[in-house]
Ligand binder design. Structure first.
Ligand code: ACO
Length: 352
């Protein structure tokens, strides 16, 4: 069967660096608190009205296309993963298509909404299209502009200190040899969907309650608003909500599980890995996973210290940086793995 391979990878991060001390000027937090719990030292924030999620994705895509030796006109499908799109609709896929000037060929553009696992889902979908012979050059992008939707005040500090802006992209093509994507695994469990979520505005209106039915609805007297109201803004319901401890506990179980099981499918174990590139959720989660899998420092790539958690962008940014640093070489066995909101989790194992 045809395998697909990453023919080019690129990333882009905004110029503006915000250190933990910079955030401490906006809210009651400290460099020590953030570094100790997350490993993050600084992050990048995009320039308002000059950059958007799509422009970040566009910059990363240009690098990936150039490294793959193709032009935008050669792209025959776009998959764009983000949780912080330019618009509620239409999605960033078509905006990127327009920005790249791909207008004549009217190619398809698909948006993926699986948050931190977005790039893994996107890559896995692209892999199926290449394997089936349907497409030859798929542009897969993960991009986020979190800074447009975080609460930079003490009330939002549990979330806002974690996230950063950036984008990464790859070009996926049919492999000419045996190397390429070996397998992918995708999982989800909606039981705790609201634990890491942004519920408003939305069609639901009942999220802020512990007493829920199978659709997440609370008793009638606890129902909230579905359209934007002053109260919704005042109560902070337009900002992301996270129960960090619940996320942490699930992540440290599901990350190792999905890495071990996808490696086992090709008769490998974590010891065989040249490099694990985990979603940069939190340095403590990556270190926990590294310890459980008994990997040494050279087998795990982390750059969350510089960029914070860039959600769907974190894996392609890390892959691009690792490649630039010569840490991803021909024939290396690489595992990309993610866990995040939904909950969703997954992995892609590939031979470079
Ligand atoms: N600065 C200072 N104090 C803070 C901050 C902050 N930025 N944020 C919260 N606090 C305070 C809280 O108000 C609380 O104070 P209190 O005890 O007076 O009530 C105290 O610190 C402890 O808060 P917790 O939320 O219990 O802090 P915890 O030790 O759990 O650490 C953290 C929070 C870092 C989010 C942790 O739960 C964690 O690592 N969770 C994993 C989730 C994660 O990393 N998510 C990333 C995004 S999801 C993903 O990508 C998979």
């Amino acid at each position: 069967m045809i395998k697909s391979r990453i023919a080019g990878v690129g990333h882009y991060v905004p110029e503006n660096v915000y250190t933990n001390d910079d955030l401490a000027k906006l809210m009651d937090t400290s460099d020590e608190w953030i570094k100790e719990r997350t490993g993050i030292k600084e992050r990048r924030f995009a320039t308002k009205h000059k950059e958007t999620t799509t422009t970040l994705g566009y910059e990363a895509s240009k690098v990936a296309l150039e490294r793959a030796g193709i032009t935008a006109e050669d792209v025959d499908f776009i998959i764009f993963a983000t949780l912080s799109p330019d618009y509620y609709f239409p999605g960033c896929g078509v905006l990127l298509q327009r920005a790249l000037g791909i207008t004549k060929s009217e190619i398809g553009a698909l948006d993926v909404r699986t948050q931190c696992t977005g790039f893994i889902y996107a890559l896995s979908v692209a892999d199926q299209f290449i394997k089936s012979g349907m497409y030859k050059n798929i542009l897969v992008v993960g991009a986020e502009m979190h800074s447009s939707g975080l609460e930079f005040a003490t009330r939002g500090r549990g979330v806002s200190v974690i996230f950063g802006d950036g984008a990464g992209a790859v070009v996926l093509q049919p492999s000419e040899g045996d190397n390429g994507i070996e397998n992918s695994e995708l999982h989800s469990d909606g039981t705790n969907a609201e634990v890491l979520s942004l519920s408003s505005p939305g069609s639901h209106g009942g999220f802020h309650s512990d007493d829920k039915d199978q659709f997440g609805f609370p008793p009638e007297d606890e129902l909230g608003e579905i359209f934007i109201t002053d109260k919704m803004v005042k109560d902070g319901h337009l900002y992301p909500h996270m129960d960090g401890k619940v996320v942490f506990k699930k992540a440290v179980v599901k990350f190792p599980e999905v890495i071990v099981s996808s490696l086992a499918k090709i008769g490998k174990t974590p010891a065989d890995l040249s490099l694990l590139i985990p979603h940069q959720a939190n340095l403590r989660i990556s270190q926990f996973v590294q310890k459980i899998l008994k990997l040494d420092d050279s087998q795990v790539f982390n750059n969350i210290q510089k960029y914070g958690n860039t959600t769907a962008a974190s894996i392609p940014i890390a892959l691009s940086e690792a490649w630039e640093q010569g840490k991803v070489k021909p024939n290396d066995l690489i595992c990309l793995a993610a866990f995040g909101s939904g909950f969703t989790w997954g992995s892609v194992v590939l031979t470079w």
